[in-house]
Ligand binder design. Structure first.
Ligand code: ZN
Length: 413
């Protein structure tokens, strides 16, 4: 699958010290510093392409773009991989409901997602991989799980025994009752007869009537969602056998903590004996009018719609960054207006010949980001600099500040 257009990242002057990024880690439920490494391996779960790209998606990909940018600013290499679930139940259900071909629906939404990411100035993944093209990797992954004796059949479908991982549940911290409830709400099948444990995860679904299927040694069918991500991550992130975990960061929205990330992690561990990720990182949910933004409620705000209305994509970026990435919050039109005002003031201030000192504000932005990506604090530092500049402050280097906010915050002036 083609990724999207490359984003140029301006260099930061070497005199700016970049401390280790402290980030909230879901499994430990605390802030943890990401230790300095030459190369980081990041896997972020992509969309299922039937409703791209609403602001909840944008908030998640923006958060991981900020992590990517910060780690790149430390001088390290980042290998960033993202999937796209281009075959799954919700996609088929939507295509059936709307009377369109599932493949055409997926293709149109993937194109839209790519153009939204370009507009929002999100760094593209090195590998952007679809579930369909990953089927050979998934088959290899199921074969590896078979070797670990964690696979069984129900009718013609294959399942993974989640309890084979002694750490199952330790990343998401839910009670058994909560796990069962959430599993059934998010595509799981805890009620299915024949399963050894209601929470066991589907690996390979045999072809159903009227649905697509791909030939494999497990019969004609299609991959389960959790094994898809596990197989793509392990297949494309150049796993280093000397590292204690398979990858450095597994990320996505907080609605993926369970079952998706817990189950991907358990499968990864069964495959190679190591914890799947060192850091499990999750972005909050965006709501509208008092409710979570979701397909089922139909209260989605689309990036493409805002762009069509003439909203500057950098204002969307700033509006999302005006709340903390981890906080569930409501999308408000007033936030967009404030973001547009800040963007306009920033452009005017940066175009002046004389500007307030810039070293301090750049250091403040770095410091704010280093503390769990505190973008509201970084934006307020920028606001203070604009006020100081408008009051006649001098001695700063507008070009250097402009490059720094592009590199670190992804705001292209
Ligand atoms: Zn995933």
């Amino acid at each position: 699958m083609n990724s999207w257009a490359e984003v140029a990242i301006p260099p930061l002057a070497e005199r700016f010290v970049i401390p280790p990024l402290k980030i909230f880690e879901t499994a430990h439920r605390s802030l943890r510093p990401i230790a300095k490494k030459d190369k980081y391996r990041i896997y972020v779960c992509g969309i299922t392409p039937y409703d791209a790209t609403h602001l909840g998606h944008a908030n998640t990909y923006l958060a991981f773009d900020l992590i990517n940018r910060y780690l790149l600013a430390t001088g390290s290499e980042v290998l960033f991989v993202q999937n796209i679930t281009d075959i799954d139940d919700p996609l088929l259900e939507r295509a059936n409901r709307d009377g369109v071909d599932w493949h055409d629906l997926a293709t149109s939404q993937i194109d839209l997602f790519r153009s939204d990411m370009v507009a929002l100035h999100v760094i593209p993944p090195a590998h952007y991989i679809g579930a369909v093209e990953a089927i050979p990797l998934v088959i290899d992954a199921i074969s590896a799980l078979e070797l670990s004796k964690t696979v069984y059949k129900v009718a013609e479908d294959f399942y993974f025994q989640v309890r084979s991982d002694p750490d199952f549940g330790t990343r998401s911290h839910l009670s058994e009752k909560e796990m069962l409830e959430i599993f059934s709400q998010r595509g799981g099948d805890p009620q299915r007869a024949g399963k050894r444990d209601p929470l066991d995860a589907l690996l390979w679904l045999a072809q159903r009537e009227g649905e697509p299927g791909w030939d494999s040694k497990y019969g004609v069918g299609r991959p389960g969602w959790h094994i898809e991500c596990c197989a793509i991550a392990l297949g494309y992130l150049n796993i280093d056998p000397n590292q204690p975990t398979s990858i450095d960061i597994q990320g996505g929205g907080s609605d993926l903590i369970f079952p998706h990330h817990e189950m991907s992690a358990a499968q990864g561990k069964a495959m190679n004996g190591r914890e799947f990720a060192e850091f499990y990182i999750h972005a909050g949910m965006i709501g509208l009018d008092g409710e979570k933004m979701s397909k089922s409620k139909g209260n989605l705000v689309f990036v493409s719609q805002l762009l069509k209305e003439g909203v500057d994509p950098m204002a969307i970026r700033i509006a999302l960054m005006s709340s903390h990435y981890r906080k569930d919050h409501m999308w408000k039109q007033a936030d967009l207006h404030s973001a547009q005002a800040l963007l306009s003031d920033l452009r005017i201030a940066l175009s002046r010949m004389e500007v307030a000192p810039t070293d301090h504000v750049i250091t403040e932005i770095i410091s704010a980001l280093s503390q769990d990506l505190d973008t509201p604090l970084a934006l307020s530092a920028l606001q203070n600099w604009i006020v100081a500049t408008n009051k006649g402050g001098s001695g700063g280097q507008p070009g250097e500040l402009s490059r720094a906010i592009d590199a670190l915050l992804g705001i292209a002036i």
